[in-house]
Design a protein around this ligand. Structure first.
Ligand SMILES: Nc1ncnc2c1ncn2[C@@H]1O[C@H](COP(=O)(O)OP(=O)(O)OP(=O)(O)O)[C@@H](O)[C@H]1O
Ligand SMILES: [Mg+2]
Length: 245
């Protein structure tokens, strides 16, 4: 599991923490959604797991071990990451993008091709149509699917997903949410999913954490957040999807 223990982040030159004493766990095989408005600190928190960002105080544990004690390359091998920008390399084909990590692991060409085909099928793209295309020859939704396939390439135990479907229209977004739930059912990954869309958080997460100005205001099941909001912010956020200051 992933465990955040009293983590803080104060960026250089700033006085206020953007992550302020946050503790919670993402259980094995669980999808946990972090919900919060822009600037709440969601991306910062997510990046602490794969060490793209170091906490100023506190620690993040992966299966009981401080992520700081891992070699970053080995750590990231266990953690698939879909960043807030899609992050595909424009000069590489879909297949090359997906299997980049496998190339770094010195897997042979045949293995990489088979894995790319398998992953494309998994995310609902026909390999014979899409494997050799370049990212700019795909629609936004198809690029998102490729980004998910890429995050799964090394078969990581964990997935960090930072608003992966935010740029999509509602129909495509719903389709990809369904796809992700299906994938989760088959692959049983532990997923930390960031979104600012309340309906997405409700649809995907067993547990939902609500963040506001660096604080985790409340964490629990959707029912618990609706029935017993910890404060006025959570109550209003759940009611309107925006929160009221
Ligand atoms: N590298 C950085 N240096 C300084 N400040 C940063 C840096 N990255 C983020 N911040 C600040 O930290 C705060 C939290 O940013 P973060 O990206 O974690 O928010 P977020 O919840 O992911 O927002 P969004 O929904 O817009 O993606 C913001 O005020 C942001 O300006
Ligand atoms: Mg963000």
């Amino acid at each position: 599991m992933i465990y955040f223990e009293n983590v803080y982040k104060i960026y250089d030159g700033q006085s206020q923490p953007v992550v302020n004493n946050i503790s919670f766990a993402v259980g094995k095989g669980e999808i946990l959604t972090l919900l919060g408005s822009s600037g709440a600190g969601k991306t910062t928190l997510l990046k602490m797991v794969n060490r793209l960002c170091e906490p100023s105080k506190g620690r993040v544990m992966l299966d009981g071990q401080d992520v700081n004690t891992f070699n970053p390359v080995e750590l990231r091998r266990q953690i698939g990451y879909v960043s807030q920008s899609v992050g595909l390399f424009p000069h590489m084909t879909v297949e090359e993008n997906i299997t980049l990590v496998l190339r770094l692991q010195k897997k042979n060409k045949n293995f990489r091709k088979n894995r790319a085909d398998e992953l494309l099928e998994l995310v609902g793209l026909n390999p014979s149509t899409y494997a050799k295309r370049f990212p700019d020859e795909l629609s936004g939704g198809q690029q998102q699917r490729v980004a998910v396939a890429k995050a799964l390439a090394a078969n990581p135990e964990y997935l960090l997903m930072d608003e992966p479907f935010a740029a999509l229209d509602p129909i495509l977004r719903a389709e990809l949410q369904t796809e992700l739930l299906r994938l989760h059912k088959t692959l049983h990954k532990t997923i930390l999913f960031v979104t600012h869309d309340i309906s997405e958080a409700l649809r995907l997460g067993n547990t939902i954490g609500i963040m506001h100005q660096g604080k985790l205001e409340q964490i629990g099941t959707a029912q618990a957040l609706l029935d017993s909001p910890a404060n006025v912010f959570v109550k209003n956020f759940m009611a309107t999807g925006t929160g009221v200051k």
